[in-house]
Design a protein around this ligand. Structure first.
Ligand code: MN
Length: 413
């Protein structure tokens, strides 16, 4: 019996030794791993080592990476107040002020996705003569404003607060007094909070260059309803009427705002909508005008309307550039909220945008991209992404000229 007990004890002892060994080994592995992690955290990386990592792994193919605009650095600017930038891309995924097809809340994502082939390493804009992604400006993707889809009063407040907060932020380049924002929409109503913010940032009413099939200066009552509602006044066809009424737009007859690409049907049985628009100090370029005067004629009319076409000598007034993607024909941009046949081609719009690059654009939006109605080839979002690229090119080029830097021309290369 005693012998059996002894045997049992020795077996148990042997098992304990074995178990102990296993536990120790497990601890060693864990402890070793932890130590390594700590080492790595504490290791000081030299700039050369970091540059080597960047050289090896920093590259992104167009189809790779997280979907920021043009593979730009993403910072959620609204929660990162110390992040400075010169030009910020900001998404406004909001579409509950639309009158026909909803869906533009998915616009910012679609435009970012469609910008995938824009990269800094192949970003030279041969039309403009610069690469906006390899120049003086720090351009980042500021992410999206988290806008309520349930309460438009709150949404309007949120957007105005966000645009103001970002618009008042400092810049990286000392020569740029205020950062510039390009907003990815979202329905067109977002132009109202954008203009409210810019009024505050610049301390003066602005002028608007508005590309659109529609006027968007409609009195809210032009949307017939037996059910009066102040809330309904904030919609994507009345925001410029509201902006004018609030004193956000210049009302001097010598400094009008400009529509380009119009072809909307009008209310009632006549031209009353145009007359109302004229009273609100707008100049109109109709989509058909391009057949008679060409893109260069459209450009000239826009520049003349802004009164600093050729060496006018006067200070360039700040202009807000608002581009509703429905300015393009539905053949080129069917993915939008209120399509109107008979519009401009993507190439014509790009050509016109290049022609007006000298304007003092202080902020811009590209709105009404509703990807659910576009084709699998994402033509609408591609057009919007290209438009953003052209605006970026103009903003950077304008800044270069103000800094006294020369822009290369092809024949000088
Ligand atoms: Mn519009």
């Amino acid at each position: 019996m005693a012998r059996e007990i002894l045997t049992l004890v020795s077996v148990v002892s042997a098992l304990l030794v074995l178990l102990n060994g296993l536990v120790a080994e497990a601890c060693n592995t864990g402890g070793g791993g932890h130590g390594k992690q700590q080492q790595q955290q504490e290791k000081e990386w030299t700039p050369e080592q970091l540059a080597e990592l960047e050289r090896k792994w920093g590259f992104e193919w167009g189809f790779g990476g997280i979907g920021t605009f043009a593979h730009l650095k993403h910072v959620k600017c609204l929660t990162t107040p110390n992040e400075l930038f010169d030009i910020g891309i900001i998404g406004a995924p909001f579409d509950t002020a639309t009158s026909y097809r909803p869906g533009a809340r998915f616009g910012p994502r679609a435009i970012r996705q469609a910008s995938a082939r824009q990269t800094s390493f192949r970003g030279f804009n041969h039309r403009a003569g610069i690469n906006p992604y390899q120049n003086w400006a720090k351009i980042i993707d500021c992410g999206d404003i988290p806008i309520s889809p349930l309460d438009n009063t709150v949404a309007l407040t949120q957007m105005a607060a966000a645009f103001t907060e970002l618009g008042l932020r400092g810049t990286v380049s000392p020569l740029l007094p205020k950062p510039k924002l390009i907003t990815l929409g979202g329905d067109h109503s977002l132009a109202l909070p954008a203009l409210r913010a810019l009024r505050q940032v610049y301390g003066r009413p602005l002028r608007v260059l508005h590309f659109d099939a529609h006027l968007d200066t409609w009195h809210p009552d032009k949307y017939p309803s037996a059910w009066p509602s102040n809330q309904a006044h904030f919609n994507h066809g009345s925001m410029f009427w509201l902006a004018g009424n609030e004193g956000l737009l210049s009302n001097a007859s010598t400094s009008p705002s400009v529509h380009a690409g119009l072809r909307t049907r009008l209310s009632g049985d006549g031209w009353d909508d145009f007359d109302d628009d004229t009273k609100q100090n707008w100049v109109r370029l109709i989509a058909d005008d391009i057949d008679d005067i060409g893109t260069s004629g459209i450009v000239k009319t826009i520049l003349d309307s802004f009164a600093f076409g050729v060496d006018s000598g006067e200070e360039q007034a700040p202009v807000y550039l608002s581009i509703d993607i429905d300015v393009l024909d539905p053949a080129f941009a069917p993915g939008t909220g209120t399509p109107e046949p008979g519009g401009w081609t993507t190439r014509e719009l790009i050509r016109i945008l290049r022609g007006i690059e000298g304007l003092n654009i202080v902020g811009a939006d590209v709105v009404e991209v509703a990807p659910a109605y576009q084709g699998a080839g994402e033509e609408t979002a591609l057009a919007a992404a290209q438009v953003v690229y052209e605006i970026l090119s103009s903003m950077v080029k304008k800044g270069m000229q103000e800094m006294g830097k020369t822009v290369r021309r092809h024949d000088e290369l």
